[in-house]
Design a protein around this ligand. Structure first.
Ligand SMILES: Cc1cc2nc3c(=O)[nH]c(=O)nc-3n(C[C@H](O)[C@H](O)[C@H](O)COP(=O)(O)OP(=O)(O)OC[C@H]3O[C@@H](n4cnc5c(N)ncnc54)[C@H](O)[C@@H]3O)c2cc1C
Length: 425
């Protein structure tokens, strides 16, 4: 790139589309647009798959159908926040900036709005695994998706009723679970510490083998099919007389369509095209522990500690923490200590300071109603958006891609995309 204006439409036989953002959502979208016959260019300022998509737990959490903001979560928020080892943090330096978003988040817990979000999440999550299967089968990578099952565990025996209530709630939404205790729990997951009282097993649950490898496989299929990747940061999107262009530091690129998939960084690009979205970066932390001696059979979530431990090809990944700290702050070291502490309470064989551990922090893109944006620009329909999948971006990536590309091609979507409108706020 030499700073000259580049017209990507020149000489092309098919319509051109730029996908901005090469996280798992952008990668799935790029492939889906190719499948529909578009000539696709993918742009990212970084290497593909290095944003939030790099460090997730690889778990397809389709049972998470409640929005993040409900009366129940708000009631427990204060105690979570006051607990120094708890799962929720609001760094003081960011407090003044988060307040407007928090106000919207709290408002989103009202029963009618929460019910709308729940129904929309149910629709998306039910369609999520079938969409992943189609995507992976198409690129010959079906082995990446494993029907692993999932264990949600409790340590306190007096929370047995909570597990039973949760099982009944899940059944109401068609999600199968089995209550496990004692010997049956130990047989299912022999590594669990003895202090675990009971668990709900989700037999239908699936996971990916390795999130970063998944991004690499999606990228290589995209490139092999003639897709182009440009590693440049996008400074602005321009719409003039129906013409779309992308400005990077080095060039101006023109396209017939643009789909913005920039995760937690999407707000600024949308502002430039006249759209305000209350998007926040929910910072999450992970440890990847080289613990070959510990073989978990399933991803394991702790209902009380709010962490998930997932057996990936690269090691045992422990994820958790919601830190409303924006895009700029450095990770806080003590959050990693907190993940160490909790994981050792659940798997006693992790109590070994010699274990090799890597630490990482990433930004989940979260809107106050916990729903993504999957939509067209209200006045420039060639400009589209797919971002904001919060804790469920891996789960929902393939279906989000199908939906947004469906909006671009004008096909009737498999599910109602009205709740994901960009101008809903
Ligand atoms: C600790 C943790 C654990 C998680 N576990 C799970 C899980 O088990 N299951 C699940 O479903 N989800 C999980 N998630 C959530 C999931 O990882 C995210 O929702 C998902 O990765 C978001 O994908 P994305 O493609 O939208 O964003 P990202 O992966 O963040 O990609 C956005 C891309 O846009 C690029 N970009 C941004 N701005 C620009 C710009 N101006 N110009 C060019 N490029 C730009 C970035 O460089 C980045 O590559 C977890 C998240 C975290 C943090």
């Amino acid at each position: 790139m030499n700073g000259t204006s580049t017209d990507k439409t020149t000489g092309s036989t098919s319509a051109t589309v730029a996908i901005v953002g090469a996280g798992v959502v952008g990668l799935c979208t790029a492939l889906e647009a190719q499948r529909k016959g578009y000539q696709v260019t993918l742009l990212d300022r970084d290497e593909p798959g290095m944003g939030a998509s790099f460090g997730n737990a690889g778990y397809l959490a389709t049972e998470l159908i409640d929005p993040l903001s409900t009366g129940k979560t708000l009631r427990s928020a204060l105690s979570m926040w006051l607990n120094p080892k708890g799962p929720l943090f609001l760094p003081l330096g960011y407090m003044h900036r988060i307040l407007p978003w928090l106000a919207r988040f709290i408002w989103a817990a009202n029963p009618s709005d929460a019910a709308i979000s729940r129904l929309a999440l149910v629709q998306l999550n039910r369609a999520a695994v079938p969409a992943w299967k189609r995507c992976l089968e198409d690129i010959d990578a079906s082995e990446q998706l494993v029907k692993s099952g999932y264990l949600l565990v409790w340590e306190s025996a007096d929370k047995l009723e909570d597990a039973k209530k949760h099982a009944a709630y899940m059944a109401q939404w068609g999600v199968k679970t089995e209550l496990l205790q004692g010997k049956s729990l130990l047989e299912k997951e022999p590594e669990l510490a003895e202090n675990i009282s009971h668990a709900l097993f989700f037999p239908e649950a699936c996971r990916m083998r390795e999130p970063y490898l998944l991004s690499k496989l999606l990228l290589s299929a995209f490139l092999n099919r003639g897709g182009e990747f440009i590693q440049q940061g996008v400074n602005a999107l321009h719409v003039e007389d129906g013409d779309l262009s992308i400005r990077t530091a080095a060039a101006l690129f023109k396209f017939d369509h643009i789909i913005v998939c920039t995760g937690a960084w999407s707000k600024k690009l949308l502002k430039g095209v006249g759209l305000q979205v209350p998007l926040e970066a929910e910072r999450g932390y992970h440890l990847t522990i080289n613990a070959k001696h510990i073989q978990l059979n399933h991803p394991i979530g702790s209902a009380e500690r709010r962490i998930v431990m997932s057996p990936l090809d690269s090691g045992l990944r422990v994820v958790g923490i919601t830190e409303l700290g924006g895009l700029k702050l450095q990770p806080f070291k003590r959050r990693f200590s907190s993940l160490h502490y909790h994981s050792r309470m659940l798997l006693s064989r992790l109590n070994n300071p010699a274990l090799e551990v890597s630490e990482w922090m990433g930004h989940r893109p979260t809107l106050p109603d916990s729903l993504p944006v999957i939509d067209k620009h209200p006045t420039h329909p060639q400009l589209l958006f797919a971002f904001g999948n919060q804790h469920l971006g891996l789960t929902q990536a393939a279906i989000s891609a199908e939906l947004v590309v469906g909006l671009m091609t004008g096909t009737t979507p498999e599910i109602n995309t009205e709740p994901f409108r960009v101008d809903r706020f």
